[in-house]
Design a protein around this ligand. Structure first.
Ligand code: FMN
Length: 339
């Protein structure tokens, strides 16, 4: 069985793409030098350390934690602080924070940098009710004054926590709260004026959640007037979509749902052929092993969301995926995968 020999960030891309491939050109985000322009987006419940290592093996140039509650960090919640745990092989690694209070976010950002964050991203995109009703996530799109004050406070705190390291603060936004309200384009210049080193945009409205298509004409409008890199997220399902976004002015592109159950999509977007089923299966075994080693009693339940996706992406046959869904404990998963 062949094992994938994917690149680490900064190495040459896999497959036939040339060294001048637009996705493999370096990018500076503030003081952070990135080797390529293809990132893994933050995803709650998905982008655990095992997942981040998995997509890094296939070429992700930057990975993010799941969104982390600034309040939880500030008040020392043990479970929240668990999101800070990461391996040395995950860098460059962005920590994404959410919250609504500038002082609390500033404190949490300082702690994130002390814990090893290479970049701090502020979530002003989350549409989930529980988050929005506290004034955090996408709610900040409608409160540009607060959004800018938060950004300025976090930029100052990160500078104090890591003087001279140039750790960038970025902000992830949506196009707005409702389709056509223009809130994303309105708030972005204020975030940049407050010190954001890049803006990441997922151009669906919060009301859309994850339905419909991302409207990247909004991404291009933002990029056209932006003095900082604009990072595009939404519907990147292959190399063509990624190149189209760079062509339109995005500085970098993020994979999200497309890479769940298909971490090798990174290599494909960078120009490699689709890996053989045996290679995919080997990656599944490696990922599952790391999840079992790191998530303890939560591992078997956590893995269940991946089995149908791995099946759809040709890494598992139907019968095995079904058996894995029914596995009740770690021993069951291990025996089915031969671990
Ligand atoms: C299950 C799930 C969890 C997500 N969690 C986060 C998150 O924690 N922080 C964030 O900024 N975006 C989050 N997102 C949004 C993604 O980062 C991304 O912007 C979005 O899915 C659009 O990209 P896609 O169309 O390629 O999936 C999440 C999306 C999904 C589907």
């Amino acid at each position: 069985m062949t094992t994938p020999v994917p690149p680490a960030a900064g190495d040459a891309p896999p497959g036939p793409a040339s060294p001048v491939d637009p996705l493999s050109r370096p990018l500076a985000v503030g003081g952070l030098q990135l080797g390529r322009r293809l990132f893994m987006a933050p995803m709650a419940g998905i982008t655990t350390p095992a997942f981040r290592r998995s997509v890094r093996r296939w070429g992700a140039g930057l990975v993010f934690t799941e969104m982390i509650s600034a309040y939880g960090v500030h008040y020392g919640n043990r479970r929240t602080l668990g999101y800070f745990v990461h391996g040395e092989d995950e860098h460059p690694l962005g920590f994404q924070l959410f919250g609504a209070d500038a002082d609390v976010l500033a404190d949490a950002a300082g702690r994130a940098v002390a814990a090893g964050a290479d970049l701090v991203d502020l979530n002003m995109a989350c549409p989930v009710r529980k988050v929005v009703k506290t004034g955090a996530g996408a709610a900040l799109l409608a409160d540009p004054h607060r959004a800018a004050a938060i950004t300025a406070a976090v930029v100052a705190a990160v500078g104090d926590a890591a003087p001279g390291r140039g750790v960038p603060v970025t902000v992830k936004i949506r196009s707005g709260l409702r389709e056509g309200d223009g809130l994303g384009l309105g708030v972005a210049p204020r975030l940049v004026a407050a010190g954001a080193a890049a803006v990441c945009i997922h151009p669906r409205s919060a009301a859309q959640l994850y339905r419909g298509r991302a409207d990247h004409s909004v991404t291009f409008a933002l990029a056209a007037g932006s003095p900082v890199p604009v990072i595009a997220s939404g519907d990147v399902d292959g190399r063509e979509a990624a190149l189209r976004l760079l062509d339109g002015g995005a500085a970098a592109v993020m994979l999200a749902r497309g890479a769940v159950g298909a971490p090798w999509l990174f290599a494909q977007v960078l120009g490699a052929d689709e890996p053989a089923a045996a290679e995919k299966r080997e990656e599944v075994r490696r990922f599952a092993t790391e999840v079992l080693e790191t998530l303890g009693t939560r591992a078997v339940g956590h893995l269940r969301q991946f089995w149908p996706r791995f099946r759809r992406r040709g890494a598992l046959d139907r019968a095995l995926a079904l058996q894995l869904m029914q596995a009740r404990d770690e021993a069951g998963v291990r025996s089915l995968l031969g671990l």
